[in-house]
Design a protein around this ligand. Sequence first.
Ligand SMILES: [Zn+2]
Length: 477
Amino acid sequence: MRYWITGGTAVNGNGSFPADVLVEDGKIRALGEREEIAALCGEDLSGGRPRAGAAGPDQGDFQIIDASGCLVFPGFIDAHTHFDLHVAGTVTADDFATGTRAAVRGGTTTIVDFATQYPGESLAEGLANWREKAEGGCSCDYGFHMSITEWTPEVSREIDAMMNAGVTSFKLYMTYDTQVDDKTIFQILRRLKEAGGITGVHCENSGMIAALQEEARAAGRMGVESHGATRPAAAEAEAVGRLLRLAQAADAPVIVVHLTCREGLGEIRRARARGQRVYAETCPQYLLMDDSLYKLPGMEGAKYVCAPPLRGKEDAACLWQALAAGEIQTISTDHCSFTTAQKALGREDFTKIPGGMPGVETRGVLIYTYGVDAGRIRLEDMCRLLAENPAKLYGMFPRKGILAPGSDADIVIMRTGVSDMITAAGQLQNVDYAPFEGWKTTARVEQVLLRGIPVVKNGKVVQERQGIYVARGRYSL
Ligand SMILES: [Zn+2]
């Protein structure tokens, strides 16, 4: 089947321009003016514009998709999701089936989730577990980072096999029970540099947080508000700074995942000034929400508990400036959903609130509305942050992340100038609340193609194509 997407404005990381797109056998075949596409289709244009429905099997095996007045993006990539994750004594509300259905609805055609090495497991076992979870049915394409929690000579020897299996990025935690110590971080940075892999790190100083939690407990401050208070920006900035010094000594590139604050950004700037290769990711919640939400009454604030926590408004402003300046390379979601009933596990003790929130469904419309439409970033910045840069950083470019001949036909058709609102009632995310409940959006994802087949039509998921595992190459950003 061939599809001819006509009348839209194509957006790539280097700009936007009016263009039709011809899709054939799952790939983008051509991008250009209507006449050029028509010539390729062998279509006689004397009758004027191609019309929806005009082409049946008799007139050639292509269908017209009308994108008039819409933006046409390469499929968005969300390189930070947690589906079907057992954590904090419970399991995330979204599994791969519900999470990826919500993802494509929001224009995300590829996710990169975190396969995790549980205690005593090899990396191969961890990866096999996660591939099995995902093979139960995914609505978008998927790949995996590998979270390393135990580092032994055997695990070190597995790195090349992981790279060959298309797992080329690895995740380390500087906090939680999955944390690794400085010696391990250094050794892994060295090993991954040698193998050509790249390391993403959750940066928070676990000792500082543990001490502050003890103080809060001793003072009887066990409510949600203590979540933010016990994980200060200094804890993040210290860990970012330490990581970057380890990376400097290891002479290795590194990714700071979910950067939240001005002070952490300052550490990244200093490392870059030293000549280091540092990449940074942030998330919509850190750009659009702030820590005043933790003061909401009862368990309301628990909906926004995540780590690192939400920060002040000035931090968000600083992150937006850094996005516009190209200092932050990707916007992912850290989608890690729990229902309000699950959040209530921490009713008596804020440290027991499962951390994380949903977001995989709403990233595109939020970043368009509050980034592009609000004049904070440009349209091509949005394309780089949501598609091109994650594709490059995680070894999928130019197969994904760009509208170009030969690339996978993962395509998002977004209508702008609309007046919509985010609600829990209207979402596919398998959660009973929406963090952005009631937020207005000026964009709507109308159609999505996954490798050349429509999977969202008129804003509804039609699931006519299953997602596949994407074996990724080395980073190239
Ligand atoms: Zn995460």
